[in-house]
Design a protein around this ligand. Structure first.
Ligand code: ADP
Ligand code: MG
Length: 471
């Protein structure tokens, strides 16, 4: 239990309100050591609670009065960095004025310089961008006491080794370093031996049983697309993540599914960062039931409650396969993962099948297409052109929606607040009502522009109607 850890009372109370009572296996193994300032190499599969495992010691150790950067967390992608920052904010709600700053590529550089000049306690960054700030002397790392490398394996896969080493060269030697990874291979060993000091290795080997059911179908390349609606309906899936190996396949599949009557989101690295952020919001707040993605999306991202993963293209290796199917069994929730393969994939199929014991091979003739099954999301997304920089909080928006215009709490889904914009999932029946009423309602004393936000299948950002202009 968290309460058995040596943490301040307010911290424990906050953890409790967040619904964290029992430690996951990796937290149980790592926290006593990391809270004791030890260097760690921690390995556990995706979804096992590694973020909380490294955020707790960071927050616990922080000297809030010392308004200097005390922790640096490196993560492979901007999406992941944002999720980590969010988790830190949640976990530190009992501490006032804790400042977390994210520094990632794909966002303007200058505002980051300005933010850095205003100081922060914790930096969450992608290696490339933070290195650029270091090289330009924008960032003071002298007070760093903790370095975290999250998804270290992924960062190495992405070619960040040299950047990471250069960043570490400018950090104080006397610090705690925590390395987290889903896999542990030679390259991680090399990184670890250069960066960590007498590290303790903690591993959780598939301890919590993952309840992912896996089915494999041998198919013709030309039949793959038409199988998708059948696979969705036969599994009664409501939130579906489809993986393709290439961007071009994603786009083609999105087009084809659109022609079959399914509107989908796509996520791959050709899209601008802003579109990628929005795509993830629209998918994880359940405004769109289907997301087609390349492996950019398969690592680290925390997308809740995906009930079906479809490998439209078989993964290039078993490691990638593991990460993909892991999207459907987060924190112990069960799920289904379906893989399609063609005669070209036979060698890889064998390799992947050897890695898992529970794969069921099925014939496509066995798929029971349920024609009455309708896949549509109950929710749609409202966009508000104000966010953190306007000091909007979820409570303000919730208040305006409920007390303000009379929506029931059940009609409101996830609220995402970015720097300059907020996204609110709303029951689709209530969309026009909200658009009409909320445009005439102040949120925290101000009027905002309210649109319905949707993306077409190309990931372009569209605003259906602009209902209100700020006067
Ligand atoms: P990982 O980094 O290992 O892939 P995450 O840190 O993204 O996994 O955690 C997956 C999910 O588990 C998150 O929704 C997180 O809030 C939840 N979680 C983490 N620790 C606990 C816990 N002790 N009890 C319940 N849920 C937890
Ligand atoms: Mg993680």
């Amino acid at each position: 239990k968290f309460s058995q850890l040596n943490l301040p009372k307010e911290f424990l109370t906050n953890l409790e309100t967040l619904g964290y009572t029992k430690l996951t296996a990796i937290q149980q193994k790592s926290l006593p050591l990391s809270l004791d300032n030890k260097d760690l190499i921690a390995q556990a599969k995706t979804g096992s609670g590694k973020t909380v495992a490294f955020c707790i010691p960071i927050i616990n150790k922080l000297n809030i009065k010392n308004f200097r950067i005390q922790s640096l967390i490196l993560a492979p992608t901007r999406e992941l960095a944002n999720q980590i920052a969010l988790e830190i904010r949640k976990l530190s709600r009992h501490i006032h004025n804790l400042k977390v700053l994210t520094l990632c590529g794909g966002t303007p550089f200058k505002p980051q310089v300005l933010s850095l000049s205003h100081e922060a306690h914790i930096i969450v960054a992608t290696p490339g961008r933070v290195l650029k700030h270091i090289q330009q002397n924008n960032i003071d790392l002298e007070n760093i006491t903790t370095l975290v490398l999250d998804e270290a394996d992924k960062m190495l896969d992405m070619g960040f080794y040299d950047d990471i080493m250069e960043i570490i060269d400018s950090l104080p030697k006397n610090r705690q370093t925590l390395l987290f990874s889903a896999t542990y291979e030679k390259n991680i060993e090399k990184l670890a031996s250069n960066v960590l000091l007498n590290p303790v290795v903690v591993k959780v080997e598939n301890e919590e049983k993952v309840h992912i059911k896996q089915k494999f179908y041998s198919v013709e390349e030309s039949n793959k697309t038409t199988l998708i609606p059948a696979l969705i309906s036969s599994n009664k899936a409501k939130s579906i993540l489809i993986f393709c190996n290439m961007k071009i396949t994603c786009d083609k599949l999105a087009d084809d599914l659109y022609n079959l009557g399914l509107d989908v989101l796509t996520l791959h690295s050709d899209l601008e960062q802003k579109q990628r952020d929005e795509t993830i919001i629209l998918f994880s707040n359940k405004s769109y039931p289907i997301l087609i993605a390349t492996d950019v999306a398969s690592r680290g991202l925390h997308i809740d409650d995906v009930d079906l993963v479809i490998n439209y293209d078989l993964s290039l290796d078993e490691k990638i396969h593991t990460h993909r199917i892991g999207r459907t069994a987060r924190a112990g929730k069960g799920g289904m993962a379906i893989s399609l393969y063609t005669h070209n994939d036979y060698d890889r199929v064998e390799l992947i099948k050897d890695t898992f014991t529970d794969i069921q091979e099925e014939s496509v003739d066995k798929i029971e297409d349920d024609l009455s099954y309708k896949i549509d999301s109950e929710l749609r997304t409202i966009f508000i052109n104000g966010g953190k920089k306007q000091k909007l909080r979820a409570g303000d928006i919730l208040g305006a929606m409920t007390a303000g215009i009379g929506l029931h709490k059940d009609e409101i889904g996830k609220i995402d607040i970015l720097d300059f914009a907020s996204y609110v999932a709303i029951s689709k029946e209530k969309i026009s009502f909200v658009l009409e009423k909320l445009s005439k309602e102040k949120i925290k004393g101000k009027y905002y522009r309210i649109y319905e936000k949707w993306q077409n299948k190309k990931g372009d950002i569209n605003c259906l109607k602009i209902h209100y202009f700020l006067k």
